[in-house]
Write a protein that binds this ligand. Structure first.
Ligand code: ADP
Ligand code: MG
Length: 339
């Protein structure tokens, strides 16, 4: 009888241990000029989180033009010369050029001199003069970025400056997801300054519910939710980085053809795709293309969905979301779904 009781207690204990879900471990650090938050549900979470942060740091050291000695800085500082870079830096540039091609040059990582002129990410941004803008606009042209695949080298024309800000966070996220897959992590959440990746499903097997940011609200305000797994969600909008001068708002997504922040009907564009680089590249690209052309582009591409919000508080959904393939639930009744 005593033996049976011990056996039952052992069984209960074993069942309880097997059923205990791993507790999440969450850590935040300031990298890529933003707050990065990583949450992992696994017994080895701490070690993996440190590994992921190390990877982000080393990628930032290669891709950031604000870090002296980064591969991108070396390319920028040696115009007209082929500079050898890592395989992943080359891949990042190639992906950027893809977005330039599909947007007819509206997305252009050679935007650096224009970003500097406006100083939007710096302490003292200002509206430049028309002549300053015209001068700098001439230096922006993705077709003057040359890649020598054989030697793994890149060169830019004189006066150019590559700025990977519109795609680096998404590209880096995809690299982190590869690590999570290698380590066989079932559930994790990556948040690179609002660029999200919902890895796997929630520990209980259900989908993650994610809020789509209200472009007119405060951080944390959302207009509706989507239910997803193994999915990235990235939003570009007028609210992210901006300054005001003479009652006018100037945000950080610049149109290389006009030289000014893009001003169209859109307030924000959220892109959903298993590829975070696609999400990041396309959120900026579609914002620049505007509602109609942006949505047409999304419908032509595979494995990409979009939620676009206009300045008059209308929400436009791409086909896969309208069909319920990715369920969207409106939560803020100040907004209406327009299609
Ligand atoms: P965030 O990185 O803040 O989430 P985006 O992905 O939309 O937002 O990228 C905006 C950043 O991309 C700007 O801060 C600037 O560095 C860069 N950028 C601005 N305009 C363009 C453009 N037309 N093409 C490519 N990059 C751009
Ligand atoms: Mg982007």
């Amino acid at each position: 009888m005593k033996k049976i009781s011990i056996l039952i207690i052992c069984l209960i204990f074993l069942t309880m241990t097997a059923c205990t879900k791993p507790q999440p471990i969450k850590e935040s650090r300031f990298l890529l000029n933003t707050v990065i938050e990583i949450t992992i549900y696994d017994k080895n979470s701490k070690k993996i989180i440190n590994e992921l942060f190390d990877q982000i740091q080393s990628m930032e050291n290669r891709y950031s033009r604000y870090i002296a000695g980064s591969e991108i800085s070396k390319v920028n500082n040696n115009p007209g010369t082929f500079v050898k870079v890592s395989e992943d830096t080359l891949e990042l540039i190639e992906q950027s050029l893809y977005f330039s091609t599909i947007s007819g040059g509206l997305f252009d990582i050679s935007i650096g001199p224009l970003v500097d002129l406006w100083g939007i990410s710096r302490d003292n941004p200002k509206v430049p003069s028309k002549s300053e803008i015209d001068l700098v606009k001439e230096k922006i042209d993705y077709r003057s970025i040359s890649i020598n695949r054989e030697n793994g080298a890149i060169s830019v024309a004189d006066g150019m400056s590559l700025d990977t800000g519109a795609i680096a966070k998404g590209f880096i996220t995809d690299k982190l997801v590869s690590v999570l897959n290698e380590k066989k992590i079932d559930s994790a959440l990556l948040n690179l300054g609002g660029n999200l990746y919902l890895h796997g499903s929630k520990p209980d097997g259900s989908f993650w519910t994610v809020g789509i940011r209200d472009p007119f609200g405060l951080q944390g305000d959302y207009i509706g939710t989507v239910s997803v797994k193994d999915m990235s969600i990235v939003t570009s909008g007028i609210y992210e980085r901006f300054f005001e001068e003479d009652g006018q708002r100037y945000h950080h997504i610049l149109n290389p053809k006009t030289g000014y922040p893009e001003d169209n009907e859109l307030a924000s564009v959220s892109i959903l795709s298993p590829s975070s680089a696609k999400c990041d590249g396309l959120s900026t690209t579609c914002f620049l293309l505007g509602l109609k052309e942006g949505m047409e582009l999304i419908e032509r591409l595979d494995e990409v969905e979009a939620i676009m919000v206009t300045k008059d508080r209308k929400i436009y959904l791409s086909g896969g979301i309208r069909d319920g393939k990715i369920p969207f639930k409106l939560t803020d009744t100040e907004f209406t779904v327009a299609n």
